[in-house]
Design a protein around this ligand. Structure first.
Ligand SMILES: NC(=O)C1=CN([C@@H]2O[C@H](COP(=O)(O)OP(=O)(O)OC[C@H]3O[C@@H](n4cnc5c(N)ncnc54)[C@H](O)[C@@H]3O)[C@@H](O)[C@H]2O)[C@@H](O)CC1
Ligand SMILES: [K+]
Length: 579
């Protein structure tokens, strides 16, 4: 699990590190610039050894500083008016020391640069020129000059470093549209050897660090970088919304800030009276492999070596998945298989009598019950061993199904509500009011908008200023409104509970699995979560682990995946985790 920060949290971490006397702002900026240069050379080893034709190598340089081949590579560094620009001046200086020919542009007023950025501007100015771009509105000439440098075939620039704006962007960028278009084209076309690589310092400029949305997204700006290098912690905006597709790769370089320090800063805040209080709601986590390595393995059901725990199938819970009528049972059957594979001791599909034969023909390890309506469901639920339910996949949206959802909600058990059940909830305020803290809602964007129209409207409104309203904000508000866990799907799946706890299961960068967008994948996810709840996982934890494993299964299978493959990929994923 990786901690994701907001821009304000990152500033607090930085201030606290500086105030503690452990490091100066200038040192942090130097480390940031050095981190960017290191990441560039790690990403493109072929850049290693560019010759410094004018100056010769520095004394005892690292490997990439040594001259090779006698070639000079060319870089363009675009520096903005704040500390992101300051990082850019450091990168420019270090690239020059590594033998690169570097052109530096300043979009801002040198006299108004913040102190550390100003120092690095001056350090650069001692060795190189700075070309000014009209600020705040670049001239047409400026736009043409900058974007020309990026047009692959017509330039010998190898690298474009975007140090215009980072976490401080709060207003739309009205100028430099041509530049952004050129950056995006270079990125999208992956021009490689024919054109410049774009490296974003901290964030691709234009992106809101908190929401991952492009500030002023109605301006038609698109941002893109081959590599983003961020500092100390990834930010929400790196994985949410456009942020997750704004760069091919994200590298986080440590700044040497003690990890214990940020945690104290993160969780302790002062209110207006200056009183210190603990703010748990500031923790946002991104699920990834380290999550399990960091201790969650002991929570997973499959790792138990205790023979008493494995003694009886019902000690591993019993999940009930309700299916729709004849010809509509596929979704529930896939959810049931997911629940069984993920470790529920027993799984039963409940269906209308007319669908019994169809289901019986297709189910083996999964059991089958007649559930004609709500009364029958209440009768089935007198069996207290049934501890988790799933309603929605292929269920239908008629009066019978609304009654089933009501009966399931009043039973007070672990309950995953997906697909048709979400439609029913959005149509009936009384039903919505029955939601309780053992429920998990799993809406995609359309379902979310029907369930939470006011919240969706805020999320869909153009992001005109930063920090913009984010999917994290939306999921948290929805969880509070519903009084239960909400898993808001997407490549940036956000999971929140009413306490404000929030996780992002980001299937982006090297964890992306676009083939997961396939019919029925959501049904399997609902089944995974239900199975985990049957095993005794709390709703939030079940949603987090289920979503994480869902993506891992898709990644393990690869392209060509169909929903049925997901439960079958699970044993391999679990085996790998145990290794
Ligand atoms: N927080 C940290 O620990 C560190 C931060 N560093 C760098 O500092 C950056 C943040 O620096 P700043 O806070 O100075 O912010 P930026 O450099 O991102 O932005 C500079 C300033 O531009 C102004 N601005 C915002 N939107 C604008 C617009 N549309 N047009 C014109 N001006 C606009 C704002 O007043 C903002 O403060 C980070 O992204 C990172 O690159 C690094 O130097 C190392 C350490
Ligand atoms: K940037």
């Amino acid at each position: 699990m990786t901690e994701l920060l907001t821009a304000a949290q990152m500033r607090a971490v930085e201030h606290s590190a500086i105030e503690s006397g452990a490091v100066t702002g200038l040192e942090l900026m130097e480390r940031a610039g050095q981190g960017v240069v290191d990441a560039i050379f790690a990403q493109w080893p072929e850049f290693v050894g560019s010759a410094d034709v004018e100056r010769g190598p520095a004394p005892a340089p690292p490997r990439y500083l040594r001259p090779e081949e006698g070639r000079t590579r060319r870089a363009v560094v675009l520096c903005g008016p704040g500390n992101n620009g300051g990082d850019g001046f450091v990168v420019a200086r270090l690239l020059r020391e590594a033998g690169w020919a570097v052109e530096v542009f300043l979009y801002g007023d040198a006299e108004a640069l913040p102190p550390d950025a100003r120092v690095n501007y001056e350090r650069w100015a001692e060795v190189g020129a700075v070309q000014r771009l009209c600020f705040p509105k670049p001239s047409e000439d400026d736009e043409e000059k900058v974007s020309h440098l990026l047009r692959g075939a017509t330039t010998d620039v190898t690298l474009c470093v975007d140090a215009l704006f980072g976490t401080g962007l709060t207003r739309p960028l009205f100028g430099l549209k041509d530049f952004f278009d050129a950056c995006y084209l270079a990125y999208a076309a992956n021009l490689g050897d024919d054109g410049p690589y774009v490296v974003a310092v901290d964030l691709p400029s234009g992106l809101c660090a908190d929401s991952g949305r492009i500030i002023g997204d109605d301006l038609g700006l698109a941002v893109g970088a081959h590599l983003t290098v961020t500092f100390a912690f990834a930010k929400h905006g790196h994985v949410l919304s456009s942020g997750g597709v704004s760069a091919a790769r994200l590298v986080t370089v440590p700044l040497g800030i003690d990890r214990s320090l940020p945690y104290r800063v993160l969780h302790h805040k002062r209110n207006e009276n200056g009183t210190l209080y603990i703010d748990h709601s500031t923790t946002v986590k991104m699920a990834e492999r380290q999550w399990f390595e960091a201790g969650y393995v002991s929570d997973l059901p499959w790792t138990s070596k205790d023979p008493r725990e494995a003694s009886h199938k019902y000690s591993h819970g019993h999940a009930l998945i309700l299916s729709g009528g004849v010809g509509k049972g596929g979704a529930a059957r896939m959810a049931a298989r997911g629940a069984l594979r993920i470790g529920a001791g027993a799984v039963t599909v409940g269906c209308p009598p007319s669908a019994l034969i169809e289901n019986a023909a297709q189910l083996n390890a999964v059991m089958l019950r007649r559930v004609p309506g709500a009364d029958a469901l209440s009768e089935v639920l007198t069996d207290k061993r049934i501890n988790a339910l799933c309603l929605g996949p292929g269920l239908g949206t008629g009066a019978r199904e609304a009654d089933l959802v009501r009966a399931a909600l009043t039973a007070g058990r672990g309950l995953v509500l997906d697909a048709d059940a979400l439609t029913l909830l959005s149509q009936d305020a009384d039903l919505f009011a029955l939601l309780h803290n053992k429920c998990v809602l799993t809406p995609h964007g359309g379902e979310f908008a029907r369930l939470f129209p006011g919240i969706a409207e805020k999320l869909d409104a153009p992001a005109l200023t930063g920090p913009a309203y984010s999917k994290v904000d939306a999921a948290r508000a929805a969880a509070q409104q519903a009084g239960c866990t909400v898993l808001f799907k997407g490549p940036d799946t956000v999971i929140a509970d009413p306490s404000g706890r929030c996780s992002v299961n980001a299937a982006v960068y090297d964890r992306s699995a676009p083939w997961l967008a396939t019919a029925g994948a959501g049904d399997v996810l609902a089944g995974f979560i239900t199975g985990l709840m049957a095993r005794g996982f709390a709703p939030m934890h079940a949603a987090e682990v289920g979503a994480w494993l869902h993506v891992e299964c898709a990644r393990a299978f690869g392209p060509g995946l169909i929903a049925e493959d997901l439960p079958e990929a699970l044993p391999g994923v679990l085996r790998d985790l145990e290794k």
